[in-house]
Write a protein that binds this ligand. Structure first.
Ligand code: NIG
Ligand code: FE
Length: 414
């Protein structure tokens, strides 16, 4: 039995229909339907349009009406295409030390840094990790984030990485948000590994990647290309092999030094994320490619670093998504709409560019074309904000919270 619902009237419905995957967007390109309605069937959108028109045409015997009796603005459910929310412990001490002027090396020497999180994460079982992921994903979902990418990368051995990816699968059974997993076994050379970077990556190629394929644990591979992690020369054969095996690729690129985004374009990665240290040439190259640039303002705010040159990338014709990078080290905040609003003020992004960056452009960075716009055929993932003006969403810089979040055609309990 099909389950049809008509939701409305909605004061303003921001569809994002017709917007391009690449390049700058002005706000007058936004389609805003006044007194709109959304007709859904099961987990999909059947039609979006004028509420009165949809109401008149819908047969009451087969369409359940969900009447809204206050002013709302509807936007597509948000997509956070880069997080590390599978972890144990806290790095509050690192944060305080960094703010007190301590260097990266001093923090690492006192037991901080990525390796600290690896140690804390290894202590937890897959079920314990799944509990943490579920809590964070549910918090995100209440704030309108209906699709969340989650990376491994704090296990750093074949078995520990598999444990993390298993935890992400277990969490998927508990949260209503869609979780998209990514294997980040190439996050850094593990301190307990007795061998070189190349030997570690070869081991991942020979042991981990075939297991990921066989057990269907993930279809995405990420690596941290950076002086403190893996060089372009070291990572290219790893990515090449992963690509041959059919994985989608994404790169932690140009965070502190240039090099990673060039690798991303060369290998045909779906996204190059960070880009705070990208050169003009890097941005130019990325803009011409099909690789989506992902700005991570939460990492800039967490570390006190420059923002990704988002304006430049868009003006050169590139595609820009915005994500939280939610992790215990560099980006502990985990608030997508606050961070996207702040990036907009520093980088001068239009409302349309920000909305695109946290909806359909972010979905494309995960290889998903079925969400991120309010139009027929898309997943019925949307947010109702308690306001009559869509500009209030970014204006309130994260303080305007959703009144209702709908995921796959169902209202998320609050
Ligand atoms: O995306 N850049 C590398 N990895 C993470 C940080 C991880 C951590 O500090 O725990 C990032 O910022
Ligand atoms: Fe990251």
């Amino acid at each position: 039995m099909k389950n049809k619902k008509l939701i409305g009237p909605i004061h303003q419905l921001v569809t994002l229909k017709g917007l391009a995957q690449k390049g700058a967007i002005t706000d007058d390109q936004l389609e805003v339907i006044s007194k709109g309605g959304i007709l859904i069937e099961d987990d999909r959108i059947l039609e979006v349009g004028q509420y009165e028109d949809l109401r008149k045409r819908s047969d009451l015997s087969e369409v359940k009406r969900v009447d809204l009796n206050q002013d709302f603005v509807a936007v597509p459910g948000f997509v956070d295409c880069h997080t590390h929310i599978c972890f144990g412990g806290s790095r509050a001490k690192d944060f305080a030390m960094r703010n007190a002027g301590k260097s990266y090396l001093e923090i690492a020497a006192s037991g901080g840094g990525i390796w600290d999180t690896v140690t804390q994460t290894r202590k937890l079982s897959a079920s314990e990790l799944a509990k943490g992921i579920t809590e964070r994903a549910d918090r995100h979902l209440r704030e309108g984030v209906t699709t969340i990418e989650v990376k491994s990368g704090y296990g750093l051995s074949t078995l520990e990485e598999i444990k993390m990816l298993t935890a992400i699968h277990k969490a998927q059974a508990k949260t209503k948000a869609d979780l998209i997993s990514t294997c980040l076994a190439a996050h850094m050379l593990p301190k307990d590994y007795k061998g070189t970077e190349t030997e570690y990556l070869d081991e991942l190629i020979n042991r981990l990647l075939p297991l990921l394929k066989r057990e269907k644990l993930t279809s995405r591979i990420d690596a941290f290309v950076e002086k403190s992690a893996f060089s372009p020369e070291q990572i290219l054969p790893y990515f090449q092999k992963a690509k041959e095996m059919g994985f989608d690729l994404t790169v932690h690129a140009d965070q502190f030094s240039s090099g990673g985004s060039e690798v991303a374009v060369k290998i045909g990665a779906v996204s190059a994320d960070h880009l705070e240290a990208s050169t003009e040439e890097d941005i130019q190259r990325l803009a011409k490619s099909d690789t989506i640039g992902v700005a991570l303002p939460g990492a800039s705010l967490g570390l006190g670093c420059d923002f990704t040159p988002a304006r430049k990338l868009l003006d050169k014709g590139g595609s820009l998504a915005i994500a939280t990078d939610w992790n215990p080290g560099s980006a502990p905040m985990g608030d997508l709409i606050t961070q996207a609003s702040i990036l907009a003020t520093f980088e001068k992004l239009s409302t349309a560019e920000v909305f695109a960056g946290i909806t359909f452009r972010a979905a494309a960075a995960l290889g998903l074309q079925d969400r991120g716009k309010l139009e027929a055929g898309q997943k019925a993932d949307f947010i109702l904000y308690p306001t009559s003006n869509f500009q209030e969403i970014l204006y309130q810089q994260g303080k305007l919270k959703p009144a209702q979040v709908w995921k796959a055609g169902k209202k998320v309990p609050t």
